[in-house]
Design a binder for this molecule. Structure first.
Ligand code: AMP
Length: 194
């Protein structure tokens, strides 16, 4: 059983890599951003409460986010492990995840941090904006999302590093190259302790 977190600034490719990685490892990728977007599109109560935050590039309040993750992680498909994409993003979320995993007698195996040159991030996101038309891929909102990441999420790297969980991965290059780098490390994870 493997539990991974993929972390990195907006545009670092964590969503893509989380999906590929989860597919190879045969477990679900859980993307809080995708869950919020689906709820916004379906106009659910959660979606209506999250929409203004998502559109502005601000984080959805912890209470709402944590409750959603609590419910998602209770699903049966997570029992052999999962890859978290975009969660945790705040210190409060780190604590809630710790508590959730401890209650299930599970623990985090690694936090993969995708590293990409900040100048490339905005270019990548603007390119994606042309393809996907996400409501938060306008230039102003992109800059706000990068700022929010630096202020609220980047500090988590230190917290997880103190626990020896951080695995930095170069996120530049083709999707396949980055996947190969992560899989190489996933292999060593699977062999760890065996
Ligand atoms: P993402 O697709 O991961 O870039 O997430 C898109 C947006 O969803 C973010 O800019 C936030 O508004 C919201 N979001 C996703 N994950 C979280 C989280 N862990 N905490 C708070 N807000 C989140």
């Amino acid at each position: 059983m493997t539990i991974l977190v993929l972390m990195g600034p907006p545009g670092s490719g964590k969503g893509t890599q989380a999906q590929v990685l989860a597919g190879r490892l045969g477990m679900p990728a859980i993307s809080t951003g995708d869950i919020f977007r689906a709820n916004v599109a379906d106009r659910t109560d959660l979606g209506n409460r999250a929409q203004d935050f998502v559109d502005a590039g601000e984080y959805v309040p912890d209470q709402l986010t944590n409750q959603m993750v609590r419910e998602r992680l209770a699903a049966k498909d997570t029992r052999h492990g999962f890859v978290l994409d975009g969660y945790p993003r705040t210190l409060d979320q780190v604590e809630v995840l710790d508590e959730l995993l401890a209650n299930q007698d599970r623990k985090l195996d690694a936090v993969v941090v995708l590293d990409v040159d900040p100048d490339h991030l905005v270019q990548r996101l603007l390119h994606r904006a042309e393809l996907e038309h996400r409501s938060d891929d306008t230039e102003d909102v992109i800059r706000r999302r990068l700022q929010v990441y630096n202020e609220q999420t980047h500090p988590l790297i230190k917290v997880y590093d103190e626990r020896g969980l951080i695995i930095p991965v170069d996120g530049t290059g083709e999707i396949d190259e980055v996947t190969a780098r992560i899989l190489h490390l996933a292999d060593s994870l699977e062999n760890r302790g065996s």
